[in-house]
Design a protein around this ligand. Sequence first.
Ligand code: SF4
Length: 323
Amino acid sequence: MLTADKVKQIAREAGADIVAIGPVSRLEGAPKQYDARYMLPSAKSIIAFGFRHARGCFRGIEEGTFFSAYNTMGYASINYIYQPYVLCQVARAIEDEGYDALPLPNNFPWNAVNVGGQGTLEESQKANPGMSRPPAPGKPAPNVFIQLRIACFAAGLGEIGFSKMFLSKQFGPRQRLAAILTDAEFDYDEQYEPGTVCDKCMACVHACTGNAIPTDRMIKIRVGDRDVEWADIDMKKCSTFFCGGAPEKNPFCTTEEDREKFGATVGVAQAHKCKPVYMYSRALEGAAGCIRACMIHLEEQGKIASQFENRFRKKKQWTMETP
Ligand code: SF4
């Protein structure tokens, strides 16, 4: 018999770090482009997975010495290699018990606009007519995708912090998300009570190199039986500065041309100088606010289970002259 415990055990043995399962009904009311029913109409359950970033992948950026680990082993390889491998194993086990399983790693192209972190919430909820059109009246355009952070919150994997990052009791902001939709039903996990992990300390706000996290504009939605809110991130600033848009924090920025290209949008910045590895090359900022500052705060407060022998931050943050 396919129980929640069995699925979680299979997922952990396959390589997922954390797993939770919730009913798809908690996503009721999602905008059409995010509606799970257009992905797997028979779906009853969301299985949510968290895959940790090794903390050491942030060490080089923290010290200003080594910049390629977070992009590759901490970000792209989880999305493009590790998640698909693990999800396929779990999906096969579910299918062997006679149920459908739709694996959804965090790397799918052609999907809802905001999955890539682009655009305002309002923009992200509409189809992009330049991209695709609904195959029939009443249907969404085919770039449908569940919003992974919201789906994983609905499943009980963690909560959405003030920074909009997903926070778990195990790793705080230090994980990447994936999901499986299935028509199998289970005993479900409870959703987090908002505020379980995030205490609104604002460390993320102060450390973000792009000042992309406002304190006076919030997004508020209801997911399942919980009201959820997070800061209305300036996605244009975020998508520029997490790619190394702040020259004083980007040692690869050495010329006028570099300043212009690293300060451009994601696509341009990604193609410039530091070329993709596993299809990904950005993230030169090392998530200064939304991961590093948040993680340091949560470790110090003892609010997350993942603890280390040595503190992460050992000295004052480095900075350079603007070229
Ligand atoms: S840094 Fe503080 S306010 Fe920001 S998400 Fe983390 S716990 Fe919440």
